[in-house]
Design a protein around this ligand. Structure first.
Ligand SMILES: *Cc1c(COP(=O)(O)O)cnc(C)c1O
Length: 433
């Protein structure tokens, strides 16, 4: 694969931007490679500055669900742009988006928009602390909730990838309020709750996406809900990835849980910067200007992002009964084929998959929590990643990420991916013997 121009950009970017990237995982460091630079994207493909095309399973880390440069979205955004890019004042589309989201998520009575998922989780946390008058937060090892100080403790993906347990610059005085439990292990949550009466909330990715995809086991989430109710601790679902991806009503719809607060992002902005948090009326009414918990944003409810989000969510809602089964089928056929091929070539491989997302772990054992995910063979992933890129297929540049399916992915592209995977696994398999 020719990468001349990407390499030039990479050099230049490194002189101006830390690591040449505006978000760490984009640097390809964990796979010991250098990133390609995107020229444009269309449907399920990315095209780089050297003229290479890739079938895209990163999909802007799950923000893209209709496919890149969707015609309807372009039309909606073009119309929006003509009306101005930001007002710092109210507009009717905010109400429409809030209505669509609250109708999809019965647990959300009131909703506020932000500019990123990080802002949504940060604000939800402050609100939970303000509402309960308590400081403690329980999170799960491997779950990532954005780069919020209190939540940069044992977070997944970027951090797991780089082996940085915590970030420098997070005061120990703050981090001490964050308690870390194990995903799928209710006993670890119960133990923390028993040892402290200062817990404000539990925050969880109901379907983990940031340590690769890890599914909640039977009754883990409902058990968590019951524990929180019993102890008067708020339950926050971080559905920044899973919201509108695994189902129109998110993971909480699938697992039948009624969290106090929910965080959203990614898909709801159609590729524009956005986030949202919402939940029970009595909690949300503590937000300024009604209440005493301050939260704000110059670009919150940005009219262009909101109209892009409206387009995406309306399209998903209109075709709900058709799109989610299609996303599920695409993910399942990829997972099944890749598992089968890996077996044939003697490669340790375990796939966790749900609607619209999956992760293939280079591991023989089932992956159900941080430790079992972290035991995956990163060296094999690196070889897989590079060889697939050469084949024109872009998976995330880290073992600990989800692969995302968009509605633009067609059967021929799935078959191309599987055929490429067959060649790559064969090479890796024979090198291992
Ligand atoms: C991406 C992500 C965030 C942070 O969202 P940003 O828009 O990147 O700030 C928070 N929580 C989860 C689960 C995410 O995947």
């Amino acid at each position: 694969m020719i990468k001349t121009r990407s390499d030039e950009y990479c050099e230049e970017a490194g002189r101006l931007i830390p690591g040449g990237v505006n978000s760490p995982v984009r640097a390809f460091m964990s796979v010991h490679d250098r990133p390609f630079f995107v020229k444009r994207a269309k449907g399920s493909r990315l095209y780089d500055v050297d003229g290479n095309a890739f079938i895209d399973y990163v999909a802007s880390w799950g923000a893209i669900i209709l496919g890149h440069a969707d015609e309807g979205l372009i039309a909606a955004v073009t119309e929006a742009l003509k009306d101005g890019t930001s007002y710092g004042a109210c507009h009717p589309y905010e109400i429409e988006l809030a209505r669509l989201i609250t109708e999809a998520f019965p647990s959300i009575d009131l909703l506020r928009l932000t500019t990123s998922g990080t802002e949504a989780t940060m604000s939800a946390l402050r609100l939970a602390r303000g509402y309960t008058g308590k400081n403690g937060v329980i999170k799960f090892r491997g779950c990532y909730h954005g780069h919020v100080d209190s939540l940069l403790v044992k977070a997944g993906s970027g951090l797991a990838t780089f082996g940085i347990p915590d970030s420098a610059g997070v005061p120990a005085d703050l981090a001490k309020h964050t308690c870390v439990a194990e995903f799928n292990r209710l006993d670890t949550v119960e133990r923390i709750m028993e040892g402290s009466d200062d817990i404000a909330c539990v925050i969880v990715e109901p379907i983990m996406g940031n340590m690769g995809v890890i599914l909640p086991e039977e009754s883990f989430l409902t058990g968590l809900e019951a524990l929180c109710r019993k102890r008067h601790v708020l339950l926050i679902f971080d559905e920044v990835i899973s919201g509108f991806r695994v189902a129109f009503g998110g993971a909480q719809h699938i697992y039948g849980v009624d969290p106090d607060l929910t965080c959203l992002g990614k898909i709801i902005g159609g590729g524009f910067p956005i986030g949202a948090f919402g939940g029970k009326r009595h909690v949300m009414e503590r937000l300024a200007p009604l209440g005493d918990v301050y939260q704000a944003g110059t670009l919150s409810g940005n009219p262009v992002a909101v109209r892009a989000g409206l387009h995406v969510l309306s399209a998903l809602k209109r075709a709900c009964g058709e799109v989610y089964p299609r996303l599920e089928k695409a993910g399942q056929s990829l997972s099944k084929e890749m598992t089968f091929i890996a077996g044939r070539h003697g490669i340790p491989y375990t796939v966790n998959s749900t609607t619209g997302m999956f992760t293939g772990f280079f591991s023989e054992t089932p992956v159900r929590d941080y430790d079992s995910a972290a035991a995956s063979d990163r060296g094999l992933y690196e070889r897989f990643f590079k060889a697939m890129l050469d084949e024109g297929v872009f998976f995330a540049p880290s073992q600990f990420e989800a692969s995302f399916v968009t509605l633009a992915l067609d059967q021929a592209e799935i078959e191309r991916t599987v055929a490429a995977c067959d060649r790559v696994f064969r090479t890796i398999g024979s090198a291992r013997q």
